[in-house]
Design a protein around this ligand. Structure first.
Ligand code: DCP
Ligand code: MG
Length: 424
């Protein structure tokens, strides 16, 4: 299906063509919304938050326009700190000591209005992409593999930006890459009103000089830890021996290492309706012996089948993934003539699809059920190969039992803890 998006001569190291992923993030979103209904705020320092009126002193900044950020105001800051850095323009009349040019406009949070603007942006995003995954009020991933091709991807992204500016009136920054994590870093690269395209062949070069803080999933605590290990940049992480990373951070350490190398095989899954259930498991060392790998496949097959049963899902496709060194991702799948709920079939099919890899060195394996059909009203959370859970449902994607079963039965493997967001 995505063949058209594949560049001749580009070897993606796997069986699938390189997707084209856009990460779209609105610039100082709440402040941009305020400017929509109050154009006089354009070009001015604007702070949106709570607690700045005379009778309230407790509150925080939700966001600040880039003009206000120049004064040191930022999201999540105590409102009192913001007011110290940037007093209110409204106070100028009573305070002759204030320099009007060093003051800003403060506005209260009006979620209903911001939601309506976000909905307008979302409509455009859905018109521009086949798959849209909304991750917050002002942020989404788009899979546009079938809408464009690498040589013209920049023009396509510009078209998306222009439509949002023209039709809604806010600016967004866009990152274009073959993976979700690089697209996200790219959208932040030239904010505000940014557009950064990282072609598949340029990923390592793009990531190399970036500070470890910018890597997907790294917060201040992890960054400090990485610096203690002498790792300052993505290149440092990419070139290091992954073992100390895994020792320090577990599965996240391996993921960090992969992300620093530009490896991220998550697909953009649409918000709301699960497309697939999957579980995967990494090995501490690339294994050649077939026994433990088959055992892990069994564990993973049981876990995904149990998940499907629990969620009332029938499936028509059973697939596996095998990642071989260095980072070659192989996927195989079987489609059934009709939807089933059959854990034994999942195990048999997964083992048989995996047979071609069982004597190879394998770093990671996965089992996936797709082409889902739900009994009415039973769908819950969303999960793809990486299992990133959808926002609204507070359910664990992997239960504690499954995790410990994975460790016990999988021998040298651990079930992936699927959370991909900031952990610090
Ligand atoms: N938000 C909030 N509190 C925070 C962070 C964000 O209320 N601590 C709200 C206000 C933001 C919106 O979420 O406008 C989107 O968050 P972003 O992190 O995308 O921040 P902005 O869109 O404001 O700025 P940027 O241009 O950096 O994306
Ligand atoms: Mg934003």
């Amino acid at each position: 299906m995505r063949e058209g998006a594949r560049l001749p001569g580009v070897d993606d190291g796997g069986d699938e063509p390189e997707p084209i992923v856009l990460h779209v993030d609105a610039d100082c979103f709440y402040a941009s919304c305020e400017r929509l209904r109050e154009p006089a705020l354009r070009g001015e320092p604007v702070v949106v938050g709570m607690g700045y009126e005379a009778d309230e002193t407790v509150g925080a900044v939700a966001t600040a326009s880039y003009e206000a950020r120049a004064f040191g105001v930022e999201s999540a800051q105590a409102i009192s700190s913001a007011l110290e850095r940037l007093p209110r323009r409204a106070d100028c009349a009573d305070r002759p000591d204030l320099d009007e040019d060093a003051t800003g406009y403060y506005r209260p949070v009006d979620m209903e209005f911001y939601q309506s603007v976000a909905a307008d942006v979302r409509t455009i995003l859905h018109e521009c992409a086949d798959v849209v995954r909304e991750v917050s009020i002002d942020e989404a991933y788009l899979d546009v593999s079938e809408r464009t091709a690498w040589p013209v991807a920049e023009g396509f992204a510009r078209h998306v930006k222009d439509r949002i500016r023209r039709e809604v009136g806010v600016t967004v920054s866009v990152g274009v890459a073959s993976t979700m994590s690089v697209a996200k870093i790219a959208s932040d690269f030239e904010k505000p009103d940014g557009l950064t395209v990282v072609e598949p062949a340029a990923v390592r070069e793009f990531l190399a000089p970036l500070s470890v803080d910018l890597l997907y999933g790294v917060g201040p605590v992890t960054a400090r830890e990485l610096r203690r290990m002498g790792l300052e940049t993505a290149a440092d992480v990419a070139e290091t021996d992954p073992k100390p990373l895994v020792d320090a951070f577990g599965e996240r350490g391996r993921e960090l290492y992969e992300r620093a190398r530009g490896v991220d095989d998550r697909r953009v899954e649409p918000t709301g309706v699960p497309k697939s259930f999957s579980r995967e498991s990494a090995f501490d060392a690339s294994l050649e012996a077939p026994g433990p790998k088959r055992e892990t496949i069994r564990t993973l097959a049981a876990a995904v089948a149990e998940r499907a049963t629990r969620e009332g899902a029938l499936y028509r496709t059973i697939g596996i993934k095998a990642v071989t060194p260095p980072y070659d991702v192989h996927t195989r799948e079987n489609s059934l003539p009709g939807p089933v709920d059959d854990p034994d079939l999942v195990e048999r099919t997964a083992l048989s699809l995996f047979a071609e890899f069982e004597r190879e060195r394998v770093r990671k394996v996965g089992v996936r059920l797709a082409n889902l059909e739900f009994a009415a009203g039973e769908q819950t959370s969303l999960e793809g190969w990486d299992g990133e859970a959808s926002v609204p449902v507070g359910e664990d994607t992997v239960s504690t039992d499954e995790q410990s079963a994975g460790r016990r039965r999988g021998g040298q493997s651990t079930l992936v803890d699927f959370a991909n967001d900031e952990h610090d």
